[in-house]
Ligand binder design. Structure first.
Ligand code: APR
Ligand code: PHB
Length: 402
C-alpha cells in the first residue's frame, strides 16, 4: 500500500499497536526494564475503559500486578475465589482449587478495571499513549528499521513512529497479523456453535463463588463484579438477536439452568447491560515476522469458558518483554528468536483447556445423544476423581509461569 509522506516523525524503541491488556502490560513491563515505548490505540480512552469483557485473573497475573505496583485497587476491590461450583444433573459440586493446587486462587476483577488501572499508571509515569489513532499500519518489518504509519485523528496529517521493534497487540481484527505474509502464516481455527448472552445486573451476589452449569436447556454461568453488580451468562444460538431476549425471558432461563435440588435461589435485579458474543478458538503460527511480534488476541482467541484470554495475553508480553530486555542488555537475539515457540507451548495448552471446558459444559444440538452422554460422564468422573479435579484446577488457576 502506498503511504503518504509523513508530516511528523517520532522515535521510540518499541512501537506498540493497541492498548488492550497485551499492549498496556507490555508498556509497563518494558518501562521497568528501562525500555521506551509508545502505544497507538484506535479507540478513545473512554472507549477502552468502558468495554465489558471477562474478569478472571490467574494467580501469577495478580502476583505480577502486585510486583509492578499496579495491584492496589485490584486487591481492595477484586474478589478472591478459592474454588468454583460445577452444577449438572441439578446437583452442585464444589471444586476446591486452593486445596488442589497448594493454595492458589483466582481473582475476579473485570478486564476494563485492569485497563483503567494500567492506563492511569502509564500516563502518570509519562508513558506515551495516542488514543483515537487511525490508519495505523506496521511497515518495513523485514528490515532493522521498522515504522508504524498513523494519523492522530481521522483528518490529521500522516505521521510515522520509527522504532526498533513493533509489538502487534491490536486484537483479532487489527492490522498486525495480516502484515505477516499470508504464505508464511499458518492459521488454525474452530468456530463453536454457541453464543453467550451476557448481562450485568444490579443485585447482590447469589453465591460466594462462580457457578458453571451444564443443563439440558444449555450452559449458564454465574459470576460477579462487585457487592452490588453481578455478571451472568446463558448459552444461546450465536446467530440469535438480543432483541428476542426480554429481561423476563433472561431471568426465567437463568433460574431454570442455574437452580439445583437444594434450596439455593438466584437473586434478581435490574439488568443494565446485555449482549450476545460468538465463540471461536484460533491460533496463528508463527507469532513473529522480522521485527514484528504479535501478542494476545492478535495471535490467538480462546472461547471464554475457561476465562483464559486476558491471562494468555499477559503471558505473551511477559515473554516478549524478557526477550527485548535481553536484546537491549546484551545484543542477544535468542529470546526473540524463541518468542513464538515459547508462547505457543502455553497457548496450545490453554486452547486445549478452553476447548475441553466449552465442549464439556455446553449442549450442542448437532452432537449425537452418544456424544452428549460422554460429556455428562466426563463431568461425573471429574467430580469423583481427585486426579481429574486436580487437572482442572491447575489449568484454571493458571499453569506455572516463572
Ligand atoms: N490501530 C490501533 N489499535 C487498534 C487497531 C488499529 N488498527 N485495531 C485494534 N486496536 C486496538 C483495539 O481498540 C483494542 O483496544 O487494540 C486493542 C486490542 O485489545 P484486546 O482486543 O483487548 O486484545 P489483547 O490486548 O490481546 O487482550 C486480550 O482481550 O479480547 C479480550 O478476551 C480477550 O481477555 C482477552 C484480551
Ligand atoms: C466473567 O466474569 O466475565 C467470566 C467468568 C468466568 C468465565 C468467563 C467470564 O469463565
Amino acid at each position: 500500500m502506498a503511504q503518504a509522506t509523513p508530516n511528523s516523525i517520532t522515535r521510540t524503541q518499541v512501537g506498540i499497536i493497541g492498548a488492550g491488556p497485551a499492549g498496556l502490560f507490555l508498556a509497563h513491563l518494558l518501562h521497568r526494564q528501562g525500555i521506551e515505548s509508545v502505544i497507538l490505540e484506535s479507540r478513545s480512552r473512554a472507549g477502552i475503559e468502558g468495554t465489558i469483557r471477562a474478569g478472571v485473573l490467574e494467580q501469577w497475573v495478580v502476583d505480577l500486578m502486585n510486583r509492578m505496583g499496579l495491584g492496589g485497587r485490584m486487591m481492595r476491590e477484586g474478589h478472591f475465589h478459592s474454588g468454583i461450583t460445577l452444577r449438572f444433573d441439578h446437583r452442585s459440586h464444589h471444586i476446591d482449587m486452593a486445596d488442589l493446587t497448594g493454595g492458589k486462587r483466582v481473582t475476579v476483577y473485570a478486564q476494563h478495571e485492569v485497563i483503567r488501572d494500567l492506563v492511569a499508571a502509564r500516563l502518570e509515569e509519562g508513558g506515551g499513549i495516542v488514543f483515537g489513532a487511525s490508519d495505523v499500519q506496521p511497515l518495513d518489518i523485514d528490515g532493522t528499521a521498522p515504522r508504524i504509519a498513523f494519523r492522530r485523528t481521522p483528518d490529521g496529517p500522516p505521521e510515522e513512529l520509527r522504532c526498533d521493534f513493533i509489538a502487534g497487540c491490536d486484537g483479532f481484527h487489527g492490522p498486525s497479523r495480516p502484515a505477516i505474509p499470508a504464505a508464511l502464516r499458518n492459521e488454525f481455527q474452530t468456530v463453536h456453535p454457541f453464543g453467550w448472552l451476557g448481562i450485568l445486573t444490579e443485585a447482590p451476589p447469589s453465591h460466594p463463588e462462580l457457578i458453571y452449569a451444564n443443563h439440558e436447556r444449555g450452559f449458564a454461568l454465574l459470576s460477579t463484579r462487585s457487592p452490588e453488580v453481578q455478571r451472568l451468562y446463558l448459552q444461546v444460538d450465536p446467530g440469535d438477536d438480543i432483541a428476542h431476549w426480554s429481561d423476563d425471558r433472561i431471568w426465567s432461563e437463568l433460574h431454570a439452568r442455574l437452580e439445583d435440588r437444594d434450596s439455593w435461589t438466584l437473586t434478581e435485579g435490574p439488568i443494565f447491560q446485555k449482549g450476545i458474543i460468538g465463540m471461536r478458538s484460533f491460533v496463528c503460527e508463527p507469532m513473529r515476522h522480522g521485527r514484528l511480534f504479535i501478542a494476545g488476541d492478535a495471535a490467538h482467541i480462546v472461547p471464554p469458558t475457561g476465562a483464559k484470554g486476558l491471562n494468555l495475553a499477559v503471558a505473551d508480553v511477559l515473554v516478549l518483554s524478557r526477550a527485548l530486555a535481553a536484546f537491549y542488555r546484551t545484543g542477544s537475539t535468542e529470546g526473540l528468536d524463541g518468542y513464538s515457540a515459547t508462547c505457543l507451548r502455553r497457548i496450545w495448552k490453554a486452547e486445549r483447556f478452553s476447548w475441553y471446558m466449552t465442549t464439556m459444559l455446553h449442549r450442542n444440538p448437532a452432537e449425537s445423544p452418544f456424544e452428549q452422554r460422554i460429556h455428562l460422564a466426563e463431568l461425573d468422573y471429574l467430580v469423583q476423581s481427585r486426579a481429574a479435579m486436580t487437572a482442572l484446577a491447575e489449568n484454571y488457576v493458571g499453569l506455572p509461569m516463572d
